[in-house]
Design a protein around this ligand. Sequence first.
Ligand SMILES: Cc1cc2nc3c(=O)[nH]c(=O)nc-3n(C[C@H](O)[C@H](O)[C@H](O)COP(=O)(O)OP(=O)(O)OC[C@H]3O[C@@H](n4cnc5c(N)ncnc54)[C@H](O)[C@@H]3O)c2cc1C
Length: 416
Amino acid sequence: MRFSFLNVVRQALSNNEGWPEQWASPEPKAAYDVVIVGGGGHGLATAYYLASQLGVANVAVLEKGWLGGGNTGRNTTILRSNYLWEESAALYEHALKLWEGLSAELNYNVMYSARGVMMLAHNVHDVQVIRRHVHANRLAGVDNAWLTPDEVKAFCPILNISPDIRYPIVGAALQRRGGTARHDAVAWGYARGASARGVDIIQNCEVTGIRRDAAGAVAGVETTRGPIAARKVGVVAAGHSSVVMAMAGVRMPLDSYPLQALVSEPVKPMMPCVVMSNTIHAYMSQSDKGEMVIGAGTDAYNSYSQTGGLHIANHTLEAICELFPAVRRLRMLRNWGGIVDVTPDRSPIIGLTAVPGLYVNCGWGTGGFKATPGSGHVFAHTIARGEPHRLAAPFALDRFRSGRLIDEAAAAAVAH
Ligand SMILES: Cc1cc2nc3c(=O)[nH]c(=O)nc-3n(C[C@H](O)[C@H](O)[C@H](O)COP(=O)(O)OP(=O)(O)OC[C@H]3O[C@@H](n4cnc5c(N)ncnc54)[C@H](O)[C@@H]3O)c2cc1C
């Protein structure tokens, strides 16, 4: 049933008891054309575009826990496309354009809010790097603007722009089309759309092995709910991508780190935009419920613990209190962590592998939520056609052999 004004009124009159389940939960079949490993936003978006645009609907999404229970439901929901290199800006801009029409496309309110994302500069080095970004983005047709401290204050009045603080604000880049979206809704909206087109969404189904035939090509997967045959398997397992890929004997250039976030008690609207500081590694926005959503940095060591060091959160909160004195007396309600998959050049890996039939989409690190629609779209094309989508081609795994890196690490230091 579509979400429409008429249906909302009808259901309101009948105690909202007539809404059908949002997606079916079938038993896994013995075989599919495509199996997607990982029911996060990227995996579900891939399945949705395979079924809706590429005529491949005999697809299963296998999720070891619940939909969106990985990084999709744990992130701070910042969306933007103002990356430095043309390859990155093109990919993230593709995603941002899809975000703009996503609620209508899915008939599901993903609460995309183009409230503007501001990236603060605190020193001469920041000014040089961020202004270079602004110029590069403009040349690539991506909106980004340089603001003076007074313009920064006008855009976000709760920021402290005093020159005498430890991290003085000497300017900022602003992408007005950047903003936020509701992370759970993205997973649920794609799941609902994919399920309606015939995709099997199977939760509580962990992939424990990847089967290969005598020629070495992919033949299917082993799961906690039995073996499933498939000639094409797409691995979209974020922080566990290297674990899953090792099941096929593929060694990935990935490190997995905990990354954490916090929310405060809810307060009245006080912050109209998203503010990030790469130098301090703290960023904040306000959710529609009123909580201040605060993101911290990664731990310095590899781990799969889905939590993070207290000292990292403390450091972030010290910086947040100085930048935003108005939040000093707020109490923190919750904090949590997710495992992010980080590549040496801080750019994702999308494409084919040396194993015929095995595809991979990972390495989004600390900043892949914003890419969800674009990532799913180009990955679906890559799987269906058996060759990289034009926008995905530069992000092939092979770049770590050829040396054609897309170094957003040196360019941005952090990529939320
Ligand atoms: C605290 C935090 C803040 C962040 N902030 C931002 C932000 O502001 N903006 C932004 O753009 N990005 C942000 N990110 C990054 C972003 O969340 C991720 O890059 C993105 O959500 C990855 O999506 P995904 O679908 O690939 O991964 P996930 O949502 O993690 O999905 C992968 C799924 O694979 C499943 N899986 C793993 N192994 C198996 C297996 N063997 N069998 C079956 N299933 C398996 C997992 O359970 C998981 O559900 C943040 C991340 C964190 C942790």
